[in-house]
Design a protein around this ligand. Structure first.
Ligand SMILES: C[S@@+](CC[C@H](N)C(=O)[O-])C[C@H]1O[C@@H](n2cnc3c(N)ncnc32)[C@H](O)[C@@H]1O
Length: 299
């Protein structure tokens, strides 16, 4: 599990108390959820931005940490990054122990205000709409988490993301058929532009089409406030997500045996659904080492 650092949780509680959001916390969260459910993506006000930080950021933070860890595990890194649609700074928090030059673009004033409360005043955040963001620099990595699904003109925004990146592009999306559609759109464009998928697999044309969608899941703990915000009794939740990391260089490393479903554990054997370069295969394993393998790992 990747839980938000304690100082951030404390800071979030203080924000809620100071701005009186605590009393209306479920109401603010319901408004926020409605905003996402009906896909209106209206700009959030300050109480709703705090509700986002408390109700959604624990999940987006966990997903970001998971993806960064997968990237690190294959021996890759970057020294500077642009965070597009940074929200309240989940990526900034995830990178707090890394020596990385971080910059962000975030158009919502309320989100930027919460971002600064959590991460300090000295972070470089541009207030532009990303479509108008004008920048002469390029970044080793460009990161867009839970952003593309909010955008109407996806192709031109994705093109801009690739144009600003020198080495890596990260796209993280909700683990829904729509989120996956955005990942496929990014993959098609990447091929046109001469980029290569690196993770979760190195296959350019996805084998899971039509009925199914490639996604993963991560479990995270809910704090008391987080649970009460959602009127939930469970003290954990499972966040489903899709992601892709692209590399400008074709790599010899090949992720072509990705476990794409939760492994089915039986007595004496485990069943894995695996995406290979040649299609989806069902594999049965009986050895001890396979017991440790999880959804998203390489078989
Ligand atoms: C769902 S939030 C994701 C925030 C953060 N990346 C995360 O993973 O928690 C999407 C963010 O993108 C921002 N956004 C949407 N369209 C944008 C645009 N055209 N330019 C800049 N920011 C935008 C929204 O204001 C919002 O803060």
């Amino acid at each position: 599990m990747f839980d938000l650092p304690e100082e951030i949780l404390v800071c979030l509680d203080e924000l809620s108390e100071t701005y009186g959001v605590g009393k209306n916390v479920s109401k603010n969260y319901s408004e926020l959820s409605e905003n996402y459910r009906n896909k209106s993506f209206k700009e959030l006000n300050f109480p709703q931005a705090i509700a986002y930080a408390q109700g959604r950021m624990p999940a987006t933070y966990s997903v970001i940490k998971y993806v960064l860890e997968r990237f690190k595990n294959i021996g890759k890194n970057f020294s500077n990054i642009l965070d597009v649609g940074a929200g309240v700074g989940a990526l900034k928090i995830a990178l707090r122990d890394c020596e990385v030059n971080y910059e962000a673009v975030e158009k919502s004033e309320a989100m930027r205000k919460v971002f600064r409360k959590l991460n300090g005043e000295d972070v470089k955040i541009c207030s532009d709409d990303f479509r108008k963001f004008c920048c002469k620099n390029r970044y080793e990595a460009v990161f867009a988490s839970y952003f593309v699904n909010e955008i109407k003109d996806k192709k031109s925004v994705l093109k801009k993301i690739f144009a600003l990146a020198e080495k890596y592009v990260f796209i993280l999306e909700p683990g829904t058929p729509n989120g996956y559609k955005n990942i496929l759109e990014a993959k098609n464009l990447a091929t046109e532009l001469g980029w290569y998928p690196l993770l979760p697999c190195a296959t350019q044309s996805c084998k899971l089409l039509e009925k199914d969608w490639c996604h993963f899941s991560i479990r995270l703990a809910r704090t008391r406030r987080h649970a009460s915000l959602k009127n939930a009794t469970l003290r954990y939740e499972d966040e489903k997500f899709c992601y892709v990391i692209f590399s400008k260089k074709e790599t010899k490393f090949e992720n072509n045996n990705t476990i794409i479903k939760k492994p089915i554990k039986k007595s004496g054997h485990i069943i894995f659904d695996v995406c290979t370069g040649n299609g989806i295969q069902r594999v049965v394993r009986t050895d001890k080492a396979s017991k440790k393998l999880q959804w998203g790992d390489q078989l």
